[in-house]
Write a protein that binds this ligand. Structure first.
Ligand SMILES: *[C@@H]1O[C@H](CO)[C@@H](O)[C@H](O)[C@H]1NC(C)=O
Ligand SMILES: *[C@@H]1O[C@H](CO)[C@@H](O)[C@H](O)[C@H]1NC(C)=O
Length: 378
């Protein structure tokens, strides 16, 4: 029966992966899933199986109608145990055989990448999984160790690598001196070489890399730290004083080690005519002047050496001339309007004093309000 389930799982996995939208990039996605190592596939299978064990751990007997294969054990078809008055079978649990069937139904379905490889493993080795399930509960060994390492020889214990599960360099307490990863760790692959962390080199990562110095070393421990960025080639300690040589943009100072050169003070290196210079550690940057400037010593219209043509210096700021003229023109137009309103009021005044005084008050208020709003704005 379970081999039937295994076949169904495989078919399902094939169908779902064929129908997935990622199929458009078929070769790469296939290549990607193929690159899952056999040990990794085995791990996925075991974690899916363990999910199944968890899922079925508390299943009441009644929730598994025999022969009702399509209904998931978690579906809402379960009778309402707490509410029913019938003698409740809830306390008893399903047999391991039934539980195994339940697990097999959904095995590999919760796997994200590598569903197909998971299913292939199930097809090939469902009998082993069943064998494990039939072991008496207290003596069941750890499923991953038993299945992936001992029976199928797909994985190795942690910190072992290769076909014969060789211990990694420095096993057990000092693998790669604590500063690297062991290639093939936990699998039957790899050569056990150390992949050193940043700052460390050597076959067991027990030396400092270029531009790093030994910040601490005793018989068992080594700590490498990066040299100061002013150092070229290497250093014997922290800061600018222990550099072997100084980097470009830094100069040697007998007292203080490598000192930053202020390139902005050096004529031949400073920026173009309409740029200003900003010194940085080991280098410098040029930025465009404000467009109101003709040469400047910083950013903004208040840091000009001279104002650009079309701009005039007012209150230490270079102001656009056309803007200035526009402002005066607006002012003139405004005063002309006021004048016109007053003249009109005067003309009306000769004909009708009452209306004229009303209009006069309105015009006065209008002028006062306009001037108030304009002064608020500026
Ligand atoms: C079924 O159980 C729910 C809570 O689990 C309860 O609210 C409901 O009344 C129960 N229904 C019956 C028919 O007992
Ligand atoms: C090996 O892998 C295990 C877990 O898979 C991890 O805990 C351990 O740190 C790894 N060791 C090395 C040296 O990479």
């Amino acid at each position: 029966m379970h081999s039937l389930w295994a076949l169904a799982i495989l078919l399902l996995a094939k169908v779902t992966s064929a129908g997935s939208p990622s199929q458009k990039s078929a070769p790469s996605s296939l290549g990607k899933s193929r690159s899952l190592g056999p040990c990794q596939s085995c791990r996925l299978l075991i974690s899916s199986f363990e999910n199944g064990l968890e899922r079925t751990a508390t299943l009441p007997i009644t929730s598994v109608p025999i022969g009702a294969d399509i209904i998931s054990p978690l579906s809402s078809s379960e009778p309402n145990a707490s509410g029913s008055n019938q003698p409740s079978p809830v306390k008893e649990h399903i047999s391991d055989d039934t539980r195994f069937e339940e697990i097999m139904k959904l095995l590999c379905s919760d796997v994200k990448g590598g569903k197909e490889q998971c299913a292939e493993l199930v097809v090939a080795h469902s009998n082993l999984l069943q064998e494990w399930m039939q072991l008496e509960t207290p003596w069941r060994p750890d499923l991953y160790t038993w299945f992936c390492i001992d029976k199928l020889h797909l994985c190795c214990p942690t910190n072992h690598f290769g076909p014969h599960c060789t211990p990694c360099a420095g096993y057990p307490n000092d693998i790669c001196s604590g500063h690297g990863k062991c290639k093939g760790n936990g699998t039957r692959k790899g050569n056990g070489a150390c992949l050193c962390d940043r700052g460390y080199v050597g076959s067991v990562c027990n030396s400092c890399a270029k531009l790093h110095y030994e910040a601490y070393r005793d018989k068992t421990k080594l700590i490498c730290s990066p040299c100061h960025k002013s150092c070229a080639g290497g250093c014997s300690g922290a800061g600018t004083k222990h550099c072997d040589a100084c980097n470009e943009g830094w100069e040697t100072d007998d007292e203080r080690g490598c000192l930053d050169i202020n390139e902005c003070l050096m004529l031949e290196k400073s920026c173009g005519k309409n740029d200003f210079c900003v010194n940085t550690e080991g280098s410098y940057s040029c930025f465009d002047c404000d467009r109101s400037c003709d040469g400047c010593y910083g950013d903004g219209p208040d840091m000009c050496d001279k104002c650009a043509t079309g701009y005039t210096l007012i209150d230490k700021l270079c102001i656009d001339n056309s803007a200035r003229f526009r402002d005066t023109k607006v002012d003139i137009a405004r005063y002309l309007t006021y004048f016109g309103l007053c003249v009109s009021t005067c003309i009306i005044f000769q004909k009708n004093m009452t209306i004229a005084s009303i209009i006069g008050i309105a015009v006065g208020m209008y002028i006062a309000l306009s001037e108030y709003l304009l002064s608020e704005e500026s």
